[in-house]
Design a binder for this molecule. Sequence first.
Ligand SMILES: [Zn+2]
Length: 79
Amino acid sequence: MTPTAALLAALSLPLTTVTLGYVLLCWVRPFGPCPHCHGTARTTSRIGRRTRPCRHCDHTGLRLRIGRRAYNTLRRLLP
Ligand SMILES: [Zn+2]
């Protein structure tokens, strides 16, 4: 085995593991916490530091993961 092939094999295993883990996560839990409000569904306004409902997640605290959104789009596009 050449050093290049050994390096490629060593790099491909972690990448494959991380990718399959993310695919599994998108399948099991398609919704993740909203990055804007961190899952609390409330955000602070700039004036007065009052809390108000988060408009990015429609006051749910959840957002569809990017991988699941891509999967849904591909499923709609492909017959
Ligand atoms: Zn939110």
